[in-house]
Design a protein around this ligand. Structure first.
Ligand SMILES: CCCCCNS(=O)(=O)c1cc(S(N)(=O)=O)ccc1C(=O)O
Ligand SMILES: [Zn+2]
Length: 260
């Protein structure tokens, strides 16, 4: 149908037809140029208070694999840095390529990583629901973490071991007790800028916080993500889930700031 995807006909270059904001002034991702980012001493550290986080399920939504969290209270929040309020963790998901040199959404001085993890948070102080926050200019805060290929990641297997249960679009399974703190790099230095969702509806509602230090995962672990399918179990054509990333968008009048 006329649903969006990552193929030739329904991919990022076509999204503007149904989502004109795709050509807006604060679209994501972007190419981050470290030398042009403004070091801002007023930017404090970010704090991830995930200790009481409650993961619920892992699912294949036809675009990525998503782990959802209980966001009915402030049990798991991100705060500090560029944020004026604590933002509640709602879900995390990944974007990846078919080979190691591309797959991330943000790039750094033109260089892509093999994958990018997005932890999506929403401003429950100012907005009553996630849906309302998702359309507000300061409604969402997404923490982006680059994945590069190297040794096995000691905790990522908890996710890759579950992927066979969500191979097809629309599948979901319980996924309790997972704390995404285990997916963070040792150093939380970041770049931050005002942007958007990187998938339709592309709302310009995201304060992006992109960590400078990637985490390391093995090609075998990344390969498990490529066993997922964009398509449903009954769909005739098999569609391997890979290259589910939007390319960098024009920076326009924006400034990227850097924590120390
Ligand atoms: C009310 C409409 C909200 C749609 C966005 N939902 S989301 O969880 O923030 C999201 C963010 C992103 S992204 N890459 O963080 O902008 C990708 C997918 C989704 C999703 O819908 O699964
Ligand atoms: Zn994303």
């Amino acid at each position: 149908g006329h649903h969006w995807g990552y193929g030739k006909e329904d991919g990022p270059s076509a999204w503007h037809r149904q989502y004109p904001v795709a050509k807006g002034n604060r679209q994501s991702p972007i190419d981050i140029i470290p030398d042009e980012a403004r070091r801002d001493s007023s930017l404090g550290p970010i704090f991830l208070k995930y200790d009481r986080c409650t993961s619920l399920n892992i699912s294949n939504n036809g675009h990525s694999v998503v782990v959802e969290f209980n966001d009915s209270d402030d049990r798991s929040v991100i705060q500090g840095g560029p944020l004026d309020n604590p933002y509640r963790l709602k879900q995390f998901h990944f974007h990846w390529g078919e080979k190691g040199c591309e797959g991330s959404e943000h790039t750094v001085a033109g260089v892509g990583y093999a994958s990018e993890l997005h932890l999506v948070h929403w401003n429950a102080v100012k907005y009553k629901t996630f849906e309302e926050a998702a359309t507000a200019p300061d409604g969402l805060a997404v923490l982006g973490i680059f994945l590069e290929v190297g040794d096995d990641h000691r905790w990522l297997h908890m996710i890759t071991d579950a992927l066979y249960m969500v191979k097809f679009k629309g599948s979901s399974t319980d996924f309790k007790g997972f704390n995404p703190k285990c997916l963070l790099p040792s150093n939380l230095h970041y770049w931050t800028y005002l942007g958007s969702l990187t998938t339709p509806p592309l709302h310009e509602s995201v304060i992006w916080i992109v960590l400078k230090e990637p985490i390391v995962v093995s090609d075998k672990q990344l390969g498990m993500f490529r066993l997922l399918q964009f398509s449903g179990e009954e769909d005739g054509r098999r569609m391997r889930m890979e290259n589910n990333f939007r390319p960098p968008q024009p920076l326009k009048e924006r400034l990227v700031r850097s924590s120390n």
